[in-house]
Design a protein around this ligand. Sequence first.
Ligand code: PMP
Length: 358
Amino acid sequence: MSRYWSDVVHRLTPYVPGEQPRIEGLVKLNTNECPYGPSEAVLAAMAAQTGEALRLYPDPQSSALREAIAAHHGLKPAQVFVGNGSDEVLAHAFLALLKHEAPLLHPDISYSFYPVYAKLYGIHTRELPLAEDFGIRVDDFLAATGDAQGAGAIIFPNPNAPTGMALPRAEIRRLLDGVPDAPVVIDEAYVDFGGESAAALIDRYPQLLVTRTLSKSRALAGLRVGYALGDPALIEALTRVKDSFNSYPLDRVAAAGAVASMQDEAWFAATCARIVATRERLTAALAARGFQVLPSAANFVFARHPGHAGAALAAALREHKVLVRQFPRPARIADFLRISIGTEAQTDTLLAALDRVL
Ligand code: PMP
């Protein structure tokens, strides 16, 4: 605390990211990174950004990247916004789209950055509990939207984090049909591993914003590139916020790498398929060891063992040099481990460690 702090700093509750330890030899399955390196085309495109290219500011509109993203999704560049990771895109969306009269609705168990942004921007939130089976109930969101408090906006990840469970597109449509007057933000950080994207609905629903990242399915968490897809009016709102904050969010190296990544469909399809195959193997192996594993459409699984408390199990795995994530709150998920999908060899190491610990 300092008397020089602003009122804003006094009211912050900052997000605590997963550990990025510098310890050699750790099997790192705690922050849902891709276990494989990015495509060679990405590395070559970034290496070409030297000398003269770095002397100049980057394109403030990131036009080449927005065109590559639009082409990938069959949309127009005016329907694409890019930023420094989807965290930054989400931050701009909170400022650009969320009104303060009615609460922002989000599930009680979802990405813990949402309440952090809400607090930063003084936005009132309302948490809706997940169902008994940890699914998101669209009916609850529809009911909350229609009651006295109403909804200023809705946000959730699909697949949800940290459960990994996905809602079918038909359910997203039912939500959008019932909430025409408030922005609906679907955070699709993990959609490439088996979820149904809402990107195809953008032309029909002007209140829909879909956010995406290159951090997971494109192995570029270190590059910090994310984007949003939506009606051009929503994209303009995000751009107005960006241009009032930092006109050049993407540096030239990141933008060039991201373009190459969006264009390398073969690497993308093969990598996603590989991760999904390992996820299915890990799910079966955990179930065989007595774990309850939630059905995952993401690059991680969320699992608990009836005989072991979550925190103790995570600590025991760490003793065996395997890092996983455990969330102490809310209490309902405290016994779950969130385990990122690693390589086949990392999965072998994890299973061998579990066999010693269980
Ligand atoms: N949304 C969800 C649900 C996430 O889990 C993450 C990763 N922590 C992000 C968004 C942000 O990812 P990035 O900023 O790397 O794009």
